[in-house]
Write a protein that binds this ligand. Structure first.
Ligand SMILES: N[C@@H](CCC(=O)N[C@@H](CS)C(=O)NCC(=O)O)C(=O)O
Length: 192
């Protein structure tokens, strides 16, 4: 779908209240006179108004499952990621790192191995909103690697295979940036 991207400087966000959600955050989708907030709600909205290509399974149980994983991403994985990244020096980073690593292992074992059953994407043979919910964190993963010493274990085969599949997805390739971009961009926020 055609869209126009409007960037907001979050260090000056008081100047742009009309471009922020009621939580004071981006992204916000403006569609005509309507505003939609929160990434996963925005994604489902776009899915509702543009059904092709379908990015959610049609079968109700599979649809519920897709929503479970998107919820897991928002309520478990993302908080663990930022709890570690935003932890000041001297706080218990080992525990926070273990939390994140535990989620990665769960994603590999239960999400990708049992759910995907040898298929390339999270929900099977087709890319879905689940893949697009998780992938942005791996696009920027160089920040937790560089500034918090996280490594994805080589034993998480399915996770590594999925990452490779996503890295070369034609849509991901149009927006991807190198690791060095993330390392430099996040240095001022997260380097000790
Ligand atoms: N759950 C939200 C998270 C949005 C979010 O944290 N956005 C960040 C930028 S990536 C933001 O607006 N931060 C400004 C702030 O929290 O003050 C979503 O997925 O849309």
């Amino acid at each position: 779908m055609e869209f126009e991207l409007s960037m907001v400087d979050l260090t000056k966000k008081t100047r742009f209240p009309e471009k922020l959600s009621p939580y004071g955050r981006v992204p916000v989708l403006k569609h005509g006179s309507k505003s939609i907030y929160e990434s996963s709600v925005i994604c489902e909205y776009v899915e509702d108004i543009c059904r092709e290509p379908a990015l959610l399974p049609t079968e109700p149980w599979m649809r519920a499952n897709a929503r479970f994983w998107i919820d897991f991403c928002n309520t478990r994985f993302m908080p663990a990621y930022f709890n570690l990244l935003k932890s000041p020096p001297g706080t218990n980073r080992d525990r926070r790192r273990d939390d994140l690593l535990g989620h990665l292992a769960f994603m590999d074992k239960v999400g990708l191995s049992e759910q995907g059953q040898g298929q390339p994407y999270w929900m099977g043979k087709d890319v879905s909103l689940v893949d697009f919910a998780f992938y942005p964190f791996f696009e920027r993963f160089a920040d937790v690697e560089m500034y918090r010493g996280v490594r994805i274990s080589t034993s998480l085969d399915r996770l590594h295979d999925w990452l490779e599949t996503m890295r070369v997805h034609h849509v991901v390739r149009t927006i991807t940036r190198p690791k060095s971009h993330y390392i430099e961009y996040f240095r001022e926020f997260y380097a000790d």
